[in-house]
Design a protein around this ligand. Structure first.
Ligand code: AMP
Length: 390
């Protein structure tokens, strides 16, 4: 518990809007600066600006940031700076959830480490283990690995982690989702206790917090707020409608209000399914939530993009990070939990300069959140003209 308190005490929050200094101000080696130029990066991103000095100072760190924040550079740059190219043994280990991420991270580290002649191996399942053993015989200093395959190598004694100075757990929340945390613990036991540990994750659920408390030493927590979309070009409406009449209101909107492609948000996957069933089986409705298999998800998205379904009913989580190009209406069937969620949801319409409309249903249980929305958006949030009860 002592460590948990210290984590909170060192918490820093940065926003994407913050202007960053240059890479030159971070006192990096000329070889690294050259590699950064090769990658075409002009300025450090906020997670790089904050994370590089922490990691370069040898401190443990938790980086709470989404994919796309530049987190690979945030740990990759200090790693290539501090490894010893003359020592032909694995000195840095990056654990990642998927093969795709392993390849992507390995590629970026290869570019960053080239000037210092550091060599990188990617170890992941579904690929010849014999080939990977050959690559390991070239004695790379950096290993990027998925947990299952790395354990396999450890059991075969084809890789040795006794000299690892830095461990990174990348996309830790996805490793948790995929059930890799027990493997991660086993792997950490093969590394020296004196190692530096960094953990990157978009969210920090309890299990991840426990890892931080048990496996890290007073980590500094850097949190990068996800960038908020702008809602200026969106027409925002609210519609007062009793909970039990929301379906009727939605049907009226579909009939009278030119909803050509609507994204409808509900709070849970059960509510998503229930609404889809209630709207009938006319094939015009798709669903998106965490209970779907990848193939079902892609099918629902494709049908919506190709306008074969007119409505996509989704949970927040399922819709996170989606880039749907043509959404005419966002309908908050269930009130969002907070302002940030509201902005993320509503920002799904009016992409790329198009105009868009957002309609938020306000039921009898939503008054508190509705007050918050009104305080935040004032006149920009207008009463919708539809009369559900006429
Ligand atoms: P990541 O969050 O590490 O997956 O990075 C997301 C993307 O941003 C990758 O394509 C990186 O090459 C790119 N990127 C990382 N850092 C920077 C930077 N400082 N400037 C511009 N692009 C960057």
């Amino acid at each position: 518990m002592k460590e948990a308190l210290l984590i909170l005490a060192t918490d820093t929050v940065a926003s994407h809007a913050e202007t960053s200094a240059s890479f030159g101000g971070l006192t990096l080696r000329p070889e690294t600066l050259q590699a950064i130029r090769q990658l075409g990066w002009d300025q450090p991103t906020p997670i790089q600006q904050q994370g590089i000095p922490i990691m370069a100072g040898g401190k443990d760190m938790i980086g709470q940031a989404e994919t796309g924040s530049g987190k690979t550079g945030a740990y990759g740059i200090p790693i290539v700076e501090r490894l010893d190219p003359a020592s032909r043994i694995v000195q840095a280990l990056i654990l990642v959830p998927t093969r795709e991420l392993a390849l992507q991270v390995a590629d970026e580290l290869r570019v960053l480490g080239r000037g210092r002649r550091l060599s990188v191996v990617a170890l992941f399942g579904g690929h010849s283990i014999i080939r990977q053993m050959e690559e390991l015989r070239h004695r790379p200093q950096i290993a990027v690995a998925t947990p299952g395959r790395l354990l396999d190598h450890l059991q075969r004694r084809t890789v040795h982690l006794g000299s690892v100075a830095v461990v990174v757990l990348d996309e830790a929340d996805r490793m948790l989702d995929m059930g890799f945390l027990p493997d991660v613990s086993k792997i950490l036991a093969h590394t020296p206790p004196s190692r530096q540990t960094a953990l990157f994750s978009a969210t920090i659920p309890l299990e991840i917090r426990e890892i931080a408390e048990q496996r890290m030493r007073t980590p500094t927590w850097v949190r990068i707020a996800a960038p908020l979309p702008t809602v200026d070009s969106i027409e925002q409406f609210y519609l007062e409608v009793a909970e039990q009449d929301k379906i009727r209101a939605l049907r009226r909107l579909l009939r009278d209000n030119g909803v050509s492609s609507g994204l409808v948000f509900r709070r849970t996957r059960f509510r998503v399914d229930r609404l889809a069933r209630a709207l009938g089986r006319d094939g015009e409705v798709g669903v998106l939530h965490g209970g779907l298999r990848e193939a079902q998800r892609l099918k629902a998205l494709r049908a919506f993009e190709e306008k074969r379904t007119r409505l996509l009913i989704a949970t927040n989580v399922a819709a996170r990070g989606l880039d749907l190009s043509d959404v005419s209406h966002v309908i908050n069937f269930d009130m969002p939990e907070d302002i940030e969620t509201y902005i993320h949801r509503v920002g799904r319409t009016a992409r790329m300069g198009r105009s868009g409309t957002a309609i938020t249903f306000v039921g009898q249980y939503d008054i508190e959140m509705f007050d918050q929305l009104r305080r935040r958006f004032g006149e920009a949030l207008k009463r919708h003209p539809l009369n559900v009860y006429a």
